[in-house]
Design a protein around this ligand. Structure first.
Ligand SMILES: [Fe+2]
Ligand SMILES: [Fe+2]
Length: 273
């Protein structure tokens, strides 16, 4: 199975790039499964339902979220109706929405997508490691199993926590990919047990910015320790950032992982498929 994962979509710039670019990228990369983190799609904060619909219509099979999951209140009833949009699984019991999705993939295959949030330098939530363990234990990975691929979006600040996630689930899931820092890392690899891993996918947004937000106001917050005006997303052309993974349906494990960076200011990277 070929999986395309795109990192946090930030504001109009990121949204427009995903809506315009994802259909072509999906076909060029022959992606069977597309997952997009949408937590910053609405003006940098949260995901409004119409924007979720636009990202799904562009070719995403599942949208994941993060610490900005609840910034747009309209998402709460929407999450109850739309199983393809998920929020971190380690919110306390009773939280609206779901933390995992199983989707049909062409070729009579199924894939599991799980979203969790880290706990280091972030709001305290339930244990994300045990949350992922509980989700994957509901399924059997590989040929003849209930799913042929599985992907975990670990939305976390600390690279150490994300690395620990990758190694903890090495050999048990197809891909562990980090989000939230909006900065792509260069450590994409297939771990020894066969799990594809990348500490952070980066964002789909304008990189002439401070992690997607207009640079002047964002920088000023570091110079003066007082709240300034509300941050707004940068509006220049976005780079679509993410990762592409090929898995073996027999095992559900990864055979190849490549970075994806298309458009905007970052150096370009597209796997040859
Ligand atoms: Fe984000
Ligand atoms: Fe985040």
């Amino acid at each position: 199975m070929r999986i395309l994962f795109l990192g946090d979509v930030v504001g109009r710039s990121g949204r427009d790039a995903v809506v315009a670019g994802l259909p072509g990228l999906k076909s060029a990369l022959k992606a069977d499964l597309v997952v997009v983190n949408g937590e910053n799609a609405s003006h940098g904060f949260g995901l409004a339902p119409d924007m979720a619909r636009a990202i799904l219509a562009a070719g995403a099979d599942v949208i994941t979220l993060g610490n900005h999951a609840w910034d747009r209140k309209e998402i709460i009833p929407f999450l109850e109706q739309e199983p393809r949009v998920i929020r971190p699984a380690n919110f306390p019991p009773g939280t609206p929405g779901r933390g995992a999705a199983v989707v049909e993939v062409p070729g009579n295959r199924r894939a599991l997508v799980v979203n969790v949030m880290g706990r280091l330098f972030m709001d305290a939530l339930d244990d994300p490691f045990r949350a992922v363990q509980a989700e994957i234990q509901k399924h059997r990975l590989g040929a003849g199993g209930t799913i042929q691929a599985s992907l975990v979006d670990v939305h976390a600040e600390a690279s150490s926590e994300k690395s620990a996630f990758g190694h903890s689930f090495d050999g048990l899931v197809s891909l562990v990919v980090g989000t939230h820092t909006h900065t792509p890392t260069a450590d994409h690899q297939v771990l020894p047990g066969g799990t594809a891993y990348m500490t952070d996918a980066g964002m789909c947004g304008d990189y002439d910015s401070v992690i997607g937000m207009q640079k002047g106001g964002a920088a000023l917050r570091f110079w003066r320790k007082m709240p300034g005006e509300r941050l707004a997303p940068a509006e220049g052309p976005a780079t679509l950032c993410g990762v592409w993974v090929e898995t073996d349906d027999a095992t559900g494990l990864a055979t190849r992982i490549e970075p994806v960076r298309q458009g905007g200011r970052l150096s370009q990277a597209l796997p040859v498929v």
